[in-house]
Every structure is written in structure tokens, then in C-alpha cells.
Design a protein around this ligand. Structure first.
Ligand SMILES: O=P(O)(O)OC[C@@H](O)[C@@H](O)c1c[nH]c2ccccc12
Length: 279
């Protein structure tokens, strides 16, 4: 099969994982188990608290590897990394749970979350309500919806009907996440995706600076889309923030929320690097 980009390949893998998940039992059972858990941590509240103090709100990522960069960190202890992030002012955590492409796991999310008191985003490729219930059961306080994963890769703009179908599917995931008390981060790469993201209710709009075709990151992506984000939504710049200058550029344009992985993962102590980048 010829893939339009890495995302389409990952989506195909996820469809197989979802089929296996569904074979294990019904959504209703998973959902009841998720509803019996203590309530999730307040992800959006943690971001707002930092912003209210005039501080950058950093969603600090825990990821062992990525398809574009390979292994980022050999010595990988999610609990220790979470503690370090918590001590150095992170607002929230993001933990990769995809195994095949990012070397992640549900166990890493559980270990990280129980080592600190920060709200945690399950960073994975969500396509089905089963994964949303599963996310809550592993402890997630927020899920990610990647708009590009719901668009037909072979028709660049997508017909009107396909766009409506994408919105219907995304709303299903969002509704279940909200019913389970979780927040939803909606990720976009361009203006067309942003239009679809704004059809959802969630205030959290992530602008991913990474081009999925070339893997190149350009902070311009955030700057271009920023003024198309309505004031009742919260813009998050994602990927490719590596230096204090990058942070200053974003802050200078009024961006207060950052999702950062690689820069922290490559540092000996990830939390110390967070304090250095954002201090
Ligand atoms: O490591 P970086 O360049 O700081 O990027 C972090 C985060 O934005 C990136 O991991 C990411 C953004 N969206 C995703 C979707 C799936 C997997 C990973 C991602």
C-alpha cells in the first residue's frame, strides 16, 4: 500500500490495534469501569493557573523515540522524568502510549502519573471510542484528537461530505471523553483542519509545527494560524520548540501554552532543561 504520509501508516496500524481491543469485550463494560474510577485531574485548570500567573504553561512530554528522530533517550524512567518535570514547573504531562512508532506504553503513562500530581495527556492516535475509554482506564486526564487522522489523505481538501463525516467521528470521541471527565486537545496543521477543529466544543487547539510529509518543523505554522483562533479557545504550540529564542518568539506573539518533547528528552535532566528553556 502506498501511504500518503507517516500518519496514514500509523492510522492503518491503529485500526488493527482497535480491532484487537474490540475483540476483548464491549464498550459498555469498559465505559462502566472508567466511570467507577476517581475523577480525573483538571488538565485545563492546570494550564489556566499558569497563565493567570503570567507564566508559560508547559505540557511536558515523555517519549522514548519518534519516527523522525529514532531513539531520543536511552535511559528512560517515566516516573523519574515525571517527578523532575513536576519539580521544575510543568503544568501538565504528555505521555506517548503508542508502542510501535514512539516506543511508548500504557504502563509508562501509569508510572508517570502516579509519581506526581500533574494532569496527563494520553498521546496516541485516537480513532475510536474504545480507545477513549481505554485512555481513562490507564489514568489519562486528557486525550488527543488529530484532525488529520480523520481526513482522506488522497483528496487533499476533502469533499464537503467527507468533512462532515470527519466532524461526526471526532464529536463521538470528544463526547465520550467529556462524559468521562477528560479534556480534549484538538490538533491541527493548517487552516482547513482548524476549520474542522472549531466544529468541536473543546477549547484546546494544538497547532502542530511538524509537517507530516517532510517531518520538518516550522514555528511559522503557529504564527500563521494564530489569529484565526477565536478568543474563547486556547492555542497551544506543538513541536520544534528547542531554544529560549523559540520560546521568546512564541511568547512575543502571545502564545502561552507549549507542548515540548525532544528538547527535554535529550537533556540529562528533563526538568532542569524545562526550567532553562522557560526560565
Ligand atoms: O518533540 P517535540 O518536537 O518537542 O514535539 C512534541 C510534540 O508536539 C510531538 O511529540 C507531537 C505532536 N503531535 C503529535 C501527535 C502524535 C505523536 C507525537 C506528536
Amino acid at each position: 500500500m502506498i501511504m500518503a504520509n507517516i500518519l496514514q501508516e500509523i492510522v492503518a496500524t491503529k485500526r488493527q490495534e482497535i480491532a484487537a481491543l474490540k475483540a476483548q469485550g464491549s464498550l459498555a463494560v469498559l465505559r462502566r469501569q472508567a466511570e467507577a474510577l476517581p475523577p480525573p485531574r483538571d488538565f485545563i485548570g492546570a494550564l489556566r493557573k499558569k497563565l493567570a500567573l503570567g507564566l508559560p504553561a508547559v505540557i511536558a512530554e515523555i517519549k522514548k523515540a519518534s519516527p523522525s528522530k529514532g531513539v531520543l533517550r536511552e535511559q528512560f524512567d517515566p516516573a523519574a522524568i515525571a517527578v523532575s518535570y513536576g519539580q521544575h514547573g510543568a503544568a501538565c504531562l504528555s505521555v506517548l502510549t503508542d508502542q510501535q512508532y514512539f516506543g511508548g506504553s500504557a504502563e509508562y503513562l501509569k508510572q508517570a502519573r502516579s509519581a506526581c500530581d500533574l494532569p496527563v495527556l494520553r498521546k496516541d492516535f485516537m480513532l475510536d471510542e474504545y480507545q477513549v475509554a481505554e485512555a481513562r482506564l490507564m489514568g489519562a486526564d486528557c486525550i488527543l484528537i488529530i484532525v488529520a487522522a480523520f481526513r482522506d489523505p488522497f483528496i487533499s481538501a476533502g469533499s464537503h461530505r467527507q468533512q462532515e463525516e470527519a466532524v461526526v467521528e471526532m464529536r463521538k470521541l470528544e463526547s465520550l471523553a467529556h462524559a468521562l471527565g477528560m479534556a480534549v486537545l484538538v490538533e491541527v496543521h493548517d487552516g482547513a483542519e482548524l476549520e474542522l477543529a472549531l466544529e468541536l466544543a473543546s477549547p484546546l487547539i494544538g497547532i502542530n509545527n511538524r509537517n507530516l510529509h517532510t517531518f520538518e518543523t516550522r514555528l511559522d505554522t503557529t504564527l500563521h494560524l494564530l489569529d484565526r483562533i477565536p478568543p474563547d479557545r486556547m492555542a497551544i504550540t506543538e513541536s520544534g520548540v528547542l531554544t529560549p529564542d523559540d520560546v521568546a518568539l512564541m511568547r512575543g506573539h502571545g502564545v502561552g501554552i507549549f507542548l515540548v518533547g525532544e528538547a527535554f528528552m535529550r537533556a540529562p535532566d528533563p526538568g532542569t532543561e524545562l526550567a532553562r528553556l522557560f526560565g
